[in-house]
Structures are given as structure tokens and as C-alpha cells.
Design a protein around this ligand. Sequence first.
Ligand code: Z5A
Length: 214
Amino acid sequence: MARGRFITLEGPEGAGKSTHLALLAERLRAEGVAVRTTREPGGTKLGEAVRGLLQYDAAGEAPVPRAELLLFLASRAQLVQELILPALRRGEWVLCDRFCDSTFAYQGYGRGMDLAALHALNAFATDRLEPDLTLLLDIPQAESRARVAGRDGPADRFERERDDFHRRLAEGFRAMARECGRIRRIDSSGTPEQTAEAVWAAVRPFLQKEREDA
Ligand code: Z5A
């Protein structure tokens, strides 16, 4: 059986990753594709425990930047081995809400950690697994702030970061989309229906090509 395909959704807070991951999974299933959805940090028992440590300081103190990085990578290593690789080997397509590009954007461009070191550590954590296609859902910073402010519940540690942190990581995502062929930038500032069509317009030719090559 052919290996499945690995698609990630990336972008700043409130860009619509969770919404469009669910809609895309539905559309692919309607096309007869076996789809597995997951998220980062999280997706496994260990990863979900790490998510609590990272987002709401569940350990009682904020991690220092290197500890934060290694926690994200620990969650990723577990997810890759436990869920993503077995699903891909079964021929399923895996859709993941955030993956390596969030590390490069948040810890690299946002926190200022060395990008070459992040790439090397990420390659170790994932055993060099890379997404086949990445959809970068992009919205202006003010829109991201407004969507996050409209949510119930307390702001998490990343949402509480200053505007210049969010500006740097958003610019980082855009720089990666310019430099890396697997990343498609999609304007997510319109209605959910408009974004869903733009997402499908990016994925449909990818699916067609995969079918032709199979
Ligand atoms: N992080 C990191 O630093 N390093 C790493 O390596 C990784 C992650 C993997 C994870 O949180 C945090 O960890 C994250 C980065 C950091 N920082 N934060 N915060 P997360 O991914 O769970 O958090 P999030 O980005 O805030 O995700 P979210 O809350 O699930 O947002 P979303 O998935 O992009 O959006 P959504 O849940 O689909 O909601 C969008 C809202 O906008 C919703 O109310 C819609 O009705 C509304 N809206 C309006 N227009 C639209 C359109 N066009 N499309 C979709 N939704 C729309």
C-alpha cells in the first residue's frame, strides 16, 4: 500500500487552523481518503500532558526558552513515532494542527533562538519526517488579536506575549512560505467559507497529482 500523505496547518493564533483542519478532513474523506487528524503540542497522552505544562504553566513555573523548546520537541517525537508514522505506513493521510514550522516561527523568529540549531534538533526529534504540504493560514495581527480576545477563558502564555513577538513570528511564517516550496500561504482574513475554498483550491491539485502518481 502507498504511504499516506502528511499535511500540516500553520499560522498565528486564531487564524482558523482547527476550523479548517476539520473541514479539510471532511472534504478529503468525501473523496474517499482515509484521514487521521491530530495536533501539536498534544495528540498523544504524553503530548497532551506536555501541552498543559507549556500553555498554562501547569508545573507552577514558566519554562525557560530552551526547556520550552525541548518540551515541544518531546511532544513531537512522541507524536511522530506513536501516531503519525504508523498512520502514514497504513496509507492514511495525516492532518496536523501545527508542526515543525511553529517551532521555527515561535522559538526561532519569535524568541530569537538559532534557526540552524532548531532545524537540527527538529530533525532529530522527527527522525527527519517533513510534511508533504503545509497550509499557512495568514491573517493580519490585529485580526488575530481580535479573534483571540473574543474567546472565552483565560489567555494562554503565548497569547499574553507582546505585540512585537507576534509580529516577528508572523513575519517568520511569511519568510518561510517564500523560501520553502511545500508551504502555501492562504489568506484567512475573509469568511470561513472563503478560506475553506482557498484551502481546497490548494489541496485539490495535490490530491489529483498524488492519485496520478499512485
Ligand atoms: N507553539 C510553539 O511555540 N512552538 C511549537 O513548536 C508549537 C506550538 C507546535 C499552541 O496553541 C501554542 O503553542 C501556540 C504556538 C505554540 N500559541 N498560541 N497561542 P494552539 O495551536 O492550540 O493555539 P492557537 O494558535 O491559538 O490555536 P487555536 O486557538 O486553535 O486557533 P486556530 O486553530 O487558528 O483558530 P480556530 O480555533 O479555528 O478559531 C478561529 C476563530 O476565528 C473562530 O472563532 C472562527 O469563528 C473565527 N473566524 C473568523 N474568520 C474565520 C476564517 N476565515 N476561518 C476560520 N475561522 C474564522
